[in-house]
Design a binder for this molecule. Structure first.
Ligand code: ADP
Ligand code: MG
Ligand code: MG
Length: 902
């Protein structure tokens, strides 16, 4: 390894700079950048991430010349500081800090006060004239070092609460209790001296090793521990969730200590250049007097606000930094302005004041919630800090989600009692009374109650109750379970896979450990993070239409994007909702959803039970007016915009009841014997229903179904057209594998359409097109396009059939596939661009080779997922279609796609 391994920073200079994050980690790169900017940063050096990967690959061995490079950087620091590491007279102390390419808050380790030993302690006491400070620093060193270096990095596994750090904390608490004091700062030098003695004994007793008294041993111990913390349990788990590569490694920053714990003119704090909760352009921060860095985050003492704007309920009576240390505050404000201007983005800062001198310890792009991200982007554009393009790219499409759902009031949520945790399947907050069945949910909701439907898992038969509920909570199932998919589609709060729940459906109780809740008890869900709380927490409503920042950002996005954005909606209410969110039409109406209502299912079942065509036609006649009315509503809601309606898709058995009780009920309703019902259900049973008698195959064997649906669509269209509504029906035939299938169904539709328009005495422009969801359709898209006036890629089925995974059964193995990296992610969530994507790209190209102006869209779940939307842009689709609540996400994602692929 001939490359440079150690990068120095300090004294207004630095070897590195901000864009070297891969090598120096975010923290190191920004420490270098700040040094260069002339911001006061304690000098130090960064050991690169390459050393980390070398260390990992070579079983904890360092590259040959590392020691030399470290020593030379160390002397540079000593020179600037006029102090020497390990010197008894004038000792220099270091912090050893982790810092990966992207920030992994709290996941890796940092050790402060490295270099304190029996040799250096007297010198530091003499120099500082502050014995208490020195022993406070020393007890902190012992706490952090024994935890991070001696315990964690040596791989010792201890049960929760039994670690060395907890044990030392308990000793400290004992001492405070004996003294009858509350705060750490109430312990004096003598107390701390005693405590240090107790600590060392405890360390020896528990870890069977002496606390190292050699500064150099401490330094290298800490460096190795930080490298190893990259492979710590927490860090690994965090990387898995955030999709961060295990190969990046962390850098190590060795930096001169500055002390916020030297008395009342010293302090430490964190600040954001803008309010990360609201996005407002105010300086926002907290600090503690006479403290070291970790105290602010640890919540041991109540932090004070840096200024009046930052005051909270708990800090409102405490003096601010502006009041206590006005000069330092002014200086901090200047640095805030400088850094924000330099980085063009909101920064998250760490600072320490040592005896009236301000030092900056960190700056990085600050994390923010969705609402704040939008406001900052728009305001920074208006302040000319960033361009319109940057403003659009600043906000992650997924973040729009947060603006569209009511949320639990964060302040009340903090105080609430957590009952259990599950998977965050549907975002936002949900508050309601527990019910245990879909029917109860519906019944209670009708009475005006707010309910949360709690089930082991849900099935399509629960949909009415899921709809009626404020939120859905299931004990089983993953992110692709039925409950999760349905809730996501509706934008409803939902938590799934909450394994701690014990549901007794018959007794109508729900218990977690010793807590038992019964029907009617209140709970609150935060579906964005998967937390279930006891009792009622207040909700904050979402109303994006009142949010000027949101509207402005969306107007930027709409200007930038090339893709149209439509919605998948099956009823007028969802259509209107989607239109309010900016949908430019409907990309998919699933007509079968209209057959499930209580008044319709009977006619549907009659149709299925009919022995012959005549019997089916009689039943279909009953369904016709229902469908027509639904379509009228949708056309009106989408006045002026295209509406794609798919003819019947699922296998017929989905409309028949499966359990005994329901079959009896049905027999009674239909006036036939239970035996007949059972035998019909039996006869419709298929080995592979998803590959069976469904989609256009139904329409080909029972053309009267397609005819009835075409009639309903065209009659509705003619009727509203007469009333002045602009309609553009696009009739879509599902599950085509060969052009002949489409030709057959198109003929049925066209004949009916002509008949209806003739009778109505009005002509309506309509189209007949098809879903491309069977691989063969994509492979022969040139032929299919000769018949199809438009394509819509049904990527759910296309993924299912290309991989050969049944989507309904994939939950058993898919999560493990992703975990074992056999698949990069769930292909039902984000489109598999390498495989399925080839079929899509080929389908578009071949289709347009025979029909130049072929309109192409996508209507699978992927139509609302940003990386898939980027793909749709690249293959030249005309639009994406997604569920109503994902429309704003898709608009922004489409803009990102256009800007990134310029
Ligand atoms: P994290 O990545 O978890 O934020 P840091 O490396 O930033 O860890 O360190 C944690 C805390 O330790 C910081 O908040 C900072 O206040 C304090 N700290 C780190 N280095 C120094 C230093 N050289 N002097 C004083 N305090 C420091
Ligand atoms: Mg930090
Ligand atoms: Mg399908």
């Amino acid at each position: 390894m001939a490359k440079k391994m150690v990068y120095f920073f300090g004294g207004g200079k630095a070897d590195g700079k901000a864009d070297m994050k891969e090598l120096l980690g975010g923290k190191g790169a920004n420490l270098a950048e700040m040094s260069k900017l002339g911001v006061p940063v304690p000098p130090g050096f960064t050991i690169t991430t390459e050393v980390c990967t070398h260390y990992m690959k070579n079983n904890g061995k360092y590259p040959k010349d590392l020691q030399k490079e470290v020593n030379s950087a160390l002397s540079k620091v000593e020179k600037i500081m006029g102090q020497t590491f390990g010197s008894p007279q004038n000792p220099l102390l270091f912090s050893v800090r982790s810092g990966a390419r992207v920030s992994m808050p709290g996941m890796m380790e940092t050790v402060l006060n490295i270099g304190l030993s029996s040799k250096t302690i007297p010198g530091l006491i003499q120099k500082s004239g502050n014995e208490r400070f020195v022993y406070d620093a020393y007890r902190r060193l012992i706490m952090m070092y024994s935890d991070v270096v001696m315990e964690k990095s040596s791989g010792i596994e201890v049960p929760e609460g039994k670690g060395i750090r907890h044990q030392l904390e308990r000793e400290m608490q004992k001492m405070k209790d004996t003294k009858g004091v509350e705060n750490d700062t109430d312990l004096d030098a003598e107390d701390l001296k005693k405590l240090v003695y107790i600590f060392k004994k405890k360390v020896k007793q528990i870890l069977k090793k002496d606390f190292p008294d050699e500064p150099n041993e401490q330094l290298w111990g800490a460096i190795s521990a930080v490298f190893q913390s990259w492979n710590g349990k927490r860090a690994k788990a965090y990387r898995a969730i955030e999709g961060i590569s295990d190969d990046w490694g962390t850098a190590v920053n060795v930096q001169t200590m500055v002390f916020g714990n030297m008395g009342s003119d010293s302090a430490t704090g964190v600040a954001f250049t803008r309010d990360p909760a609201t996005g407002e352009n105010i300086f926002y921060g907290e600090f503690l007097v006479d403290a070291q860095g970790e105290d602010v985050v640890a919540g041991l003492r109540t932090p004070q606000a840096i200024n009046n704007e930052s005051k909270t309920e708990s800090s409102k009576k405490l003096p601010t930094l502006e009041e206590l240390m006005p000069e330092n505050y002014k200086q901090l404000v200047k640095i805030r302005n400088k850094l924000e201007k330099h980085y063009h983005d909101m920064q998250d800062l760490e600072f320490t004041i040592q005896e009236g001198n301000l030092f900056m310890l960190q700056t990085r792009v600050g994390k923010r919630n969705g609402a704040a991200a939008v406001r900052m982007a728009v305001e920074m554009k208006k302040e000319k800090v960033i361009s319109e393009t940057e403003a659009i790219l600043r906000v992650k499409p997924e973040q729009m989600d947060e603006l569209l759902h009511p949320m639990l009031d964060p302040k009340s949520e903090k105080k609430a009692t957590l009952l259990a945790k599950g998977l965050p399947a549907g975002p936002g907050g949900g508050v309601g009374q527990i019910v245990f069945s879909a029917d109860d949910a519906e019944a209670w909701a009708k009475k005006g109650e707010k309910v949360i439907l709690v089930r082991d898992e849900t099935s399509p038969e629960d949909v009415h109750g899921m709809r009626a509920a404020q939120a859905i909570l299931t004990a089983k199932g993953g992110m692709t379970s039925h409950a999760a998919l349905v809730a996501r589609g509706w934008g409803k709060c939902c938590i799934v896979g909450c394994g701690a729940l014990n549901i007794d459906f018959r007794k109508k109780t729900l218990s977690v450990d010793k807590t038992t809740l019964k029907e009617g008890d209140w709970i609150s869900l935060n579906g964005t993070i998967g937390s279930v709380y006891l009792d009622k927490i207040s909700l904050m409503p979402a109303d994006p239409d009142k949010n000027e920042y949101y509207k402005t950002l969306m107007s930027y996005a709409d200007k930038a994007r090339k893709l149209g954005v439509r919605t998948n909606a099956d009823n007028p209410k969802d259509s209107k909702q989607a239109r309010d969110f900016g949908a430019e039409g409907i990309g998919l109406t699933r007509t079968e959803h209209m057959f499930f209502g209580p008044d319709r299912i009977k006619a549907m079942r009659q149709m299925i039970l009919a022995e012959d065509e005549a019997g089916r036609k009689t039943a279909l006649k009953k369904l016709l007016p229902f469908q027509r009315k639904d379509f009228e509503g949708i056309f009106k809601a989408m006045d002026g915009l295209p509406v794609t309606i798919r003819t019947l898709d699922p296998p017929l058995h989905e409309f028949l009841p499966n359990d005994d009780a329901a079959q009896k009920e049905m027999a009674k309703q239909m006036g036939i014997s239970v035996k007949d019902v059972k035998s019909k259900v039996q006869s419709l049973h298929e080995m592979n229903p998803m590959l069976g008698h469904r989609g256009c195959r139904l329409g080909i064997t029972y053309p009267e179904i397609t005819a009835m649906q075409a009639q309903a669509i065209m009659e509705a269209a003619c009727k509203v057209a007469k009333a002045g509504v602009k309609v553009f029906p696009e009739i879509m035939i599902p599950l085509i594998g060969t052009v002949k299938e489409l030709e057959n169904q198109k003929k049925v539709v066209q004949e009916m359409a002509e008949q209806v328009m003739e009778k109505a005495g009005i002509r309506v422009k309509y189209m007949v097109g098809t879903m491309i969801e069977i691989p063969r359709a994509a492979l022969t898209a040139d032929q299919v396009a000769e018949q199809a006036e438009f394509f819509s890629f049904g990527t759910n089925d296309l993924t299912q059939m290309t991989f050969g995974y049944s989507r309904d059964d994939a939950g058993v193995f898919l999560p493990e596939y992703v975990e074992k990296k056999i698949l990069p992610n769930d292909p039902f969530q984000s489109l598999d661009q390498t495989g399925v994507g080839q079929l899509v790209a080929m389908g578009v190209e071949k289709g347009r080779s025979t029909r130049k102006d072929l309109k192409v869209g996508i209507c699978g779940e992927h139509g609302g997922e940003p990386s898939s939307i980027d793909f749709c842009h690249r293959v030249g689709m005309n639009y994406v279609s997604c569920s109503p609540f994902r429309v704003p996400i898709a608009r922004l994602a489409a803009a990102h796609a256009a800007l990134k692929n310029k």
